[in-house]
Every structure is written in C-alpha cells, then in structure tokens.
Design a binder for this molecule. Structure first.
Ligand code: EPZ
Length: 430
C-alpha cells in the first residue's frame, strides 16, 4: 500500500494545469475497437486506469503506441474476432465494461467479466443489459462473465429507468453499428458523453443530441480512423477549486471549460468564496471562513457526486451546520469514518450527512476507501493541524495525474513514504 505523509496547516496558492478527463478517456478508448484505421488521442490523462485499459486493449490485439505522456496512437484493424479480455485486468477497473458495447458492435459478440471499480454501494448494470437486449443481443451471465451475442444489432428505442453515465456510454458504443435508428432516452448529459459522441462522429458514426435527454443514432456499417483531443477533467478541476477554498488559499485552475464547472462555481460562491471565471481558467480565493451550505448531488448539470467528499471536508470548516445529500449512489459516505478520525463531526442518516462546521481537523493515519474519497482525505490532511498519513495513494493515482506534484507546486508539504519507513506517525522531514 503506497503511503503519503501530509503536513497540515497549508493554504494552497498558485496555478495548476488540469489534465484530460479520466471518464471521457475511459469511454473513448474502447471506441478505438470500432475504428477502421489509426486513432490518435491527445490530452490523455497519465493515470493508472488509463494504463490498465490500454493494457486490456493491447491484450485484445489492438496496437497501442504511446506518443509521449499524454498522447497515444491505436489501431484495431488487425483485431481478431471475439477475444475475451483478461479477467485479472478487467476486474481492476469498472470502465472495462465498455468493452461489451464496443466488441458487440465490432464482432457481434463479447465476453466480459463483471467489472470491479470503486465500492460506492451497489452498482448494477441492469440498464446496460436491458439496452443490449433491446438492440437484439442474447445475454448470458454465468461464472462471473457477461456473454453477449447478436447476428445483427438492430436500432431500437430505449428508455433508461435510471440516468446512468455507464449505460449511456455502453449503448452509444453498441448502437453506432446497429442497423437503422436508435433513440436513447432519459440518458446522462455529462460532458464526457458529449466528448464520446464527438469522437464517434469523427470516426464516421452518426450521433445527435449528446448532452440532452435524448440521443439519436443512425447506425453505419463502416468506420474510419480519426484524431481526437480529450476534454479537460472537470472533476480534477473541481477538486483543486474546492481544495483552494477548503485551505483558505488562492488557486487558478487552467485549461478548463468553465461551463462544465457551473454547479461547483455556484456552490463555492454561495459558501462565500471569491470565484473569478475567464474563458479557460477559474480562480478561487477564500478570504475568510466560509458559510455553511446545503449540498445535494445530482446527475449533470447538478453538483457532481464525485466531488461530494471534497464538498464535505470543505464544510467541516464552515461557520455552521451543513446538510450533504448524496442522490446518485447508495453508499458514498465511506470517507466519513476516516474524517471522524481527524476530528470531523458528521452524522450520517441514509443518504444524508449532517456536517458540524467550525471544526479544526487534526492529522491522523487514514485509509483511502475509494478514489474521490481519497482525494478528499488528502485535502483534509492539508487543512488539519499536524501530520496525516494517507494509506492507499495508489487508489488516488487511479484518477489524478501527478496529484502530489501538482499540490506540492501549490505549496503543499507532502512526502511519499516507503513501507519500511513507516513506524507510526514520524516527525515530518520535509
Ligand atoms: C460513472 O460511473 C463514473 N465512472 C463515476 O465516476 C461517476 O461517479 C458516475 O458515472 C456518476 O456520474 C466512469 O465514468 C468510469 P452511473 P457509473 O451508471 O457509470 C445506478 C470516478 O470517481 N445504475 O451513472 O458506474 C447506479 O447504481 C467515478 O471517476 C443502475 O441502477 O455511474 C448509480 O446509483 C466514481 N443500473 C446511478 O445509477 C445501471 O445499469 C448512477 O450510476 C447503471 C447504473
């Protein structure tokens, strides 16, 4: 388990360049299986989940050529039919289930192990399977494998019972090669869905309406290669914006799309932070103590569930009581027991957490339960008095490119610990 020592009492100051979107990249990479020629992706985030997905694609027979840290060239023209991606790799990331849609579209069959990923409570894939069946696929789930087969995918009208990013992505990947028209309704509207649609149209698909409740797809029979630049990661940007406010700092996040961050900006302004928005950057300054606010997560364009843990640690320092309501996932409060070790006063009732403000967090050894909770615990360590040991940095590195280097450049005092050097809570050695 990778450990990081965090010196508390730091307010973040400076500018940080935001990397490409993890969740756009993880949706677009499986789309390389559909392309009929070379695909060049730029602004690819250099994160573990992307590395794993690239290894899965290579394992399937896609040629993968890294062109520098944030650029890759893929070619799936020599891909052989019906390979099953390696279970041990697939189980490492949830996004591997996007191979269902892309392999089904390319070969008419797919065999993908049930995915792993962050434990955020039950994460069923019933909407994905309902959509694949509507497109004409026969589905068999046994021995932990999802087997899908279809002589020919046929367009259908599919209404999602739940607004699901994953189901929207998976069904887009399948429907672009289905015969005729597919109408996807009650779909996710996240910017990552729009980015995937732009990529798919670049390789020759016909996808209209991404970013709205209804996506209309006219199936095509052949695809070409393309070049595509991944959009900036709004969750990474929001992480640094909330961290700036939580640490009483002054940070400019650069190379962002402010439109994607409107819910975060609005909530920071409501809490009393000063936010300055320019075409490709946002500055967040926290002059005095923030006011308590009620935080509710919703699918885009609502406040993102992925930033709920960070919003919560911000509110521990507000000048009063706040209510946090998690409306997207059932079990997304795993960070609360860890925050309580640092002195946070939070009471959880179902999907609601009551956060007492005015708390001075104190450093402690904490364990990362999932990616976004881990980022929140790291920021809590910056806010705290004393030193914090983050156990499980590898989970944070799944979704944040060089987060320790980026935070250090903003004034954080961090130190990666090797296993042997950890004997309790050592003096900070700088
Ligand atoms: C994607 O997960 C993201 N992951 C998550 O980010 C993000 O939190 C989530 O969307 C919501 O925005 C990737 O893009 C790789 P959902 P996903 O399907 O697709 C229920 C991160 O840290 N549901 O939109 O798994 C589900 O249980 C990760 O970057 C069904 O009931 O989320 C949940 O309650 C964490 N049936 C809700 O819908 C289904 O078939 C939203 O889930 C599918 C989903």
């Amino acid at each position: 388990m990778e450990k990081l020592l965090v010196q508390g009492g730091t307010s973040l100051q400076g500018r940080v360049k935001i990397s490409g979107s993890k969740n756009a990249a993880l949706a677009i990479l499986p789309g390389a299986i559909l392309a009929g020629g070379k695909v060049k992706l730029d602004n690819l985030p250099d994160i573990t989940d992307v590395h794993i997905l690239l290894r899965i694609l290579e394992d399937l027979g896609v040629s993968v050529r890294r062109r520098g840290r944030n650029q890759v060239e893929l070619n799936s023209s020599r891909l052989r039919k019906g390979h099953t991606p390696s279970p041990e790799l697939v189980k490492k990331i949830r996004a591997s289930y996007y191979l269902m849609g892309s392999l089904l579209a390319r070969f008419g069959r797919a065999e993908v192990p049930i995915p792993g990923g962050c434990d955020l409570g039950p994460r069923p894939i019933d909407q994905h399977l309902k959509g694949f069946a509507a497109l004409g696929a026969r589905i068999n789930t046994e021995h932990g494998l999802v087997k899908l087969e279809a002589e020919r995918l046929r367009g259908a009208r599919i209404y999602l019972d739940v607004v699901s990013v994953g189901a929207t992505v998976n069904l887009m990947l399948a429907a672009v090669a289905a015969e005729g028209t597919t109408i996807l309704e009650n779909v996710a509207k996240e910017p990552e869905i729009v980015d995937l649609a732009n990529y798919l149209n670049a390789i020759g698909a016909s996808v209209r309406g991404a970013g709205t409740d209804v996506i209309r797809i006219e199936g095509v029979s052949s695809f070409k290669g393309a070049e595509h630049c991944i959009i900036p990661d709004r969750i990474e940007a929001g992480t640094f914006m909330l961290a700036a406010a939580a640490t009483g700092g002054d940070v400019v996040v650069e190379e962002v799309i402010p439109k994607h961050l409107e819910a975060v900006t609005a909530k920071l302004v409501e809490a009393g932070a000063q936010v300055t928005v320019e075409p490709e950057k946002i500055r967040v300054q926290a002059k005095g103590p923030l006011s308590p606010v009620d935080l509710k997560t919703f699918p885009y364009p609502g406040f993102p569930t992925d930033l709920q843990p960070l919003g919560m640690i911000l509110l521990t320092a507000a000048s009063g009581t706040s209510i946090v309501t998690e409306n997207v996932f059932d079990g997304r409060f795993a960070h609360v027991p860890e925050l309580k070790k640092m002195g946070a006063r939070i009471k959880v009732e179902g999907r609601t957490a009551v956060v007492e403000g005015g708390t001075q967090l104190t450093g402690a050894p904490v364990t990362v339960p999932d990616l976004r909770a881990g980022a929140a615990l790291l920021v809590a360590g910056l806010m705290a008095r004393g030193e914090t040991i983050i156990n499980g940095m590898e989970l944070i590195n799944r979704g944040y490119e060089n987060i320790d280097q980026k935070l250090t450049a903003l004034g954080a005092q961090l130190k990666r610990l090797r296993e042997r050097s950890y004997i309790g809570l050592p003096r900070f050695v700088g």
